[in-house]
Structures are given as structure tokens and as C-alpha cells.
Ligand binder design. Structure first.
Ligand SMILES: Nc1ncnc2c1ncn2[C@@H]1O[C@H](COP(=O)(O)OP(=O)(O)OP(=O)(O)O)[C@@H](O)[C@H]1O
Ligand SMILES: [Mg+2]
Length: 285
């Protein structure tokens, strides 16, 4: 049994959390002290209630099980980023979210993790839409901007801080993907990306930086990007992602990277057909 298979098996055994119907209800409860009024024109106003209704975790008391599952993942990520383990990782606060193939939930997981770290842990989170060929954080969060990561990597923006958007959630900052460009994926493997990773790790060492990234299979630049990170979370879609694809996606990742697997869209019983939950954390090491 490979390391990844063992991690998956371990993860499956842990998938015992159940969520009752109540937990599926939307709630618009948010802690007001953490919501800020926009202060400049690079401030995005996120529609918290709408996000909440669409299943994103926004301090939602009715989704306790999902919160708890994310909490466990978060704890591990934060320990890796800032605890003892951080000394053994390069750029420990940079976390890539990827998967073997498209549509397995990378953006959903990236947004949820960013929201829950920003709201519950009081840590500043920078969420970067690095899926530059198929960006979707803007669509999912409901905002439009003119420039972002692509413009910085092309050299059209000199200072990365000009591309950072504040949001009405005080601890959440976002770098959107920017405009479509024919070289977009290649830009992820550019020298400018290498120096950006160092800058983000050194200029904002107390921040968690989450990269919503392209899939690993079929986009060779994702592997290059992964090697600039301290941590990677690989989203696995239950009953859909093939073990062979997980192996293929992870076999060339840097040995020094802290790698976690997230089992997404787990359905525990036929009664719970809409039950999208069930996250677990397994490490390659
Ligand atoms: N745990 C979940 N609960 C509810 N909906 C989910 C969950 N995970 C993913 N989805 C939904 O599944 C669809 C695909 O998810 P998402 O866009 O996050 O995948 P992706 O891996 O980022 O896709 P792409 O490769 O196109 O970027 C979306 O409509 C998303 O809202
Ligand atoms: Mg996506």
C-alpha cells in the first residue's frame, strides 16, 4: 500500500461525522465586529448572507460539523505554518490548494478555509486566485476587478500590494487572477512567480497565503508552483477521484512539502444526498 493509499484509508476511517438536516440550513449570522466598512476602491464588499446561503462557512452556528471538520484542517495548517514544524518547511505560510483533475472542489475549499481562518482564528489570510486560466474566485465571491496576479506576473504592476484587495471581512485579503492572457499558466512558472513567493513569505510571514491553483494533472506549471510552497492540500472527490490519479498528481511533488489530502463532497448516506461535507486531513509523511 502506498503512502497516499494509507493516508486515504486512514482518512476514510475517520469519516464518521454526521450532519443532520438542521446543519444544512442557511444562516446569516455573522460576527459584526469582524466585518468592516469598505475604505478604498480596492476594497471588495462580499455579500455575506448570499455566501452563507450558498454553503460557504461564514461564522455559521448552524453548520457546526462542517466547521469542526475545517477546524481540524486549519489547526494542522496553522501548526505547520507557525509552530515547530515551520522550521523544517520552506515558506511554511504559503499553502497551495490543488487536485488531480478539474472540478473536484479546489475553489470551494480555498474560499472556505480562507473565510474560516480569517473569521475564527484572527489571522490575516491572503487568498490568491492562482487558477489563472480558469479563475473563479471572483465569480464565486461576486466581485469584479481589472487587475490581479496576471498583471503583476506580466510586469504591468510593479508592487504586489497594488493588486491586493481588502474586503469587508477585516482579516481577509484577496488577489484576484486578473485579466485572461494567452500565457497565463506559463506565468505561474516564471522567475517573477519565484520572487513573488519569497516576497509573500518574507514580507507577510504572519499571514496565511492560500493559492487556489490549477489541477496537477495536465497543467505542468502547477508542479512548479507547488515547489514554491511550504504546504499543499490536495482535494479528493469521494467516489470519483481515482487512486491512480492521486498517485500521479502527487508523485513528483517536492519531498519537503507538507502534503494534506482533503476528502470533499463526501456523501454519508442516501438520505443525505445533499450532504457535502466530510473533510479529513492525512499527510504523506
Ligand atoms: N463541499 C462542497 N459543498 C458544496 N458544493 C461544493 C463542494 N465542493 C464543491 N462544490 C461545488 O462543486 C462545483 C465545483 O467546485 P469548485 O469550483 O470548487 O471546483 P474546482 O476544483 O475549483 O474546479 P475548477 O477545476 O473548475 O477550478 C462548484 O459548483 C462548487 O460550488
Ligand atoms: Mg476552481
Amino acid at each position: 500500500m502506498s503512502i497516499i493509499e494509507k493516508a486515504l484509508a486512514k482518512q476514510k476511517n475517520k469519516m464518521e461525522v454526521t450532519v443532520d438536516d438542521e446543519s444544512q440550513q442557511a444562516s446569516s449570522e455573522v460576527s459584526v465586529d469582524k466585518i468592516k466598512k469598505p475604505s478604498n476602491n480596492r476594497t471588495l464588499t462580499l455579500d455575506i448572507e448570499n455566501l452563507n446561503q450558498r454553503g460557504f462557512l461564514v461564522d455559521n452556528a448552524n453548520r457546526k460539523s462542517v466547521n469542526e471538520e475545517f477546524r481540524q484542517i486549519k489547526r494542522k495548517l496553522l501548526t505547520n505554518a507557525f509552530g515547530l514544524a515551520s522550521k523544517t518547511l520552506n515558506h511554511s505560510n504559503l499553502i497551495m490548494i490543488s487536485s488531480s483533475k478539474p472540478n473536484e472542489g479546489k475553489t470551494f475549499v480555498s474560499i472556505n478555509l480562507a473565510l474560516s481562518i480569517a473569521l475564527e482564528q484572527d489571522k490575516t489570510v491572503l487568498l490568491i486566485d492562482a487558477d489563472v486560466l480558469r479563475p473563479s474566485i471572483d465569480r464565486e465571491l461576486g466581485f469584479e476587478t481589472n487587475s490581479g496576479l496576471v498583471e503583476y506576473l506580466l510586469g504591468e504592476e510593479d508592487d504586489i500590494s497594488n493588486t491586493i484587495c481588502s474586503t469587508n471581512i477585516e482579516k481577509l485579503k484577496i488577489i484576484p487572477a486578473g485579466q485572461p492572457h494567452y500565457l497565463s499558466n506559463e506565468l505561474l512558472a516564471s522567475d517573477r512567480m519565484v520572487s513573488l513567493a519569497s516576497e509573500l513569505a518574507n514580507r507577510y510571514p504572519d499571514r496565511i497565503v492560500i493559492f487556489d491553483s490549477p489541477p496537477l494533472i495536465g497543467v505542468s506549471e502547477t508542479l512548479v508552483l507547488a515547489n514554491l510552497m511550504g504546504q499543499a492540500l490536495i482535494v479528493v472527490e469521494e467516489s470519483k477521484t481515482l487512486l491512480s490519479d492521486i498517485n500521479k498528481a502527487t508523485e513528483n511533488l517536492n519531498e519537503d512539502l507538507a502534503i494534506g489530502l482533503i476528502l470533499n463532497k463526501a456523501i454519508r448516506s442516501h438520505k443525505d444526498l445533499y450532504g457535502y461535507y466530510g473533510y479529513g486531513y492525512g499527510t504523506k509523511n
